[in-house]
Design a protein around this ligand. Structure first.
Ligand SMILES: N[C@@H](CCC(=O)N[C@@H](CS)C(=O)NCC(=O)O)C(=O)O
Length: 201
């Protein structure tokens, strides 16, 4: 499998999933402005949507959308425990988290990364994100990970997105459970492997 990624972007989540699942893979960097991969390929021919992540499967098929990609990876190695079995209530709980992280956290960062967005508007988006993170902080009370004791693909995604807070001056200093979660995730050897491969450590 090959993961198309950009260092530090939302492709960290599937990258962590691949490492945690122990799946042999390659990674190829994408220049998102030029829409070119590091080997010179036209990225739009790989993913017409133009964004990362994209996962090229061994049969050549390309899967996009982070939430679909991480579940695909987890399902290749059910023994990894990265996702509960499909069809169970627990699996819908995982999807509930993945959807929340995607729509309420991940995409809510976009206006804060946009240089054209006025500062007054950014304040509103920042305040909304702070509320969402406060909810996550409450949910992590007394738990190691979002689903309980075990690490899942939702944790890799949450960790990925939480890394962006400092870059957009989002103050998470009151979120002590999230801080402990981040420390716990960063202590995982497979997470370190993914971050090192992207040049982030
Ligand atoms: N819906 C997509 C969104 C992915 C996304 O937002 N990717 C960003 C990086 S974090 C990107 O590639 N932006 C560049 C662009 O849209 O041209 C997903 O969840 O996988």
């Amino acid at each position: 499998m090959k993961l198309y990624y950009a260092p530090g972007a939302c492709s960290i989540s599937p990258h962590i999933a691949l490492c945690e699942a122990g799946i042999a893979h390659q990674i190829e960097k994408v220049d998102l402005k030029a829409k070119k991969t590091e080997s010179g390929a036209d990225y739009l021919a790989i993913n017409a949507k133009g964004y990362i992540p994209a996962l090229q499967l061994d049969n050549g098929e390309v899967l996009v959308e982070g939430v679909a990609i991480v579940q695909y990876i987890a399902d290749q190695k059910p023994e990894s425990g990265l996702a509960p079995k499909a069809g169970t209530m627990e699996r819908y709980r995982l999807m509930e988290w993945l959807t929340f992280i995607s729509s309420e956290l991940h995409k809510a960062f976009s206006p804060l990364f946009n240089p054209a967005m006025p500062d007054e508007a950014k304040k509103i988006f920042r305040a909304r994100l702070a509320q969402r993170f406060a909810y996550v902080d409450e949910q992590l009370a007394g738990k190691n990970y979002l689903m309980g004791a075990n690490f899942s693909v939702a944790d890799g995604y949450l960790y990925n997105i939480t890394r962006w807070a400092k870059r957009v001056e989002l103050d998470l200093s009151g979120c002590h459970n999230i801080a402990a979660f981040v420390t716990r995730v960063e202590a995982r050897p497979k997470v370190v492997e993914a971050l090192k491969a992207e040049g982030l450590m």
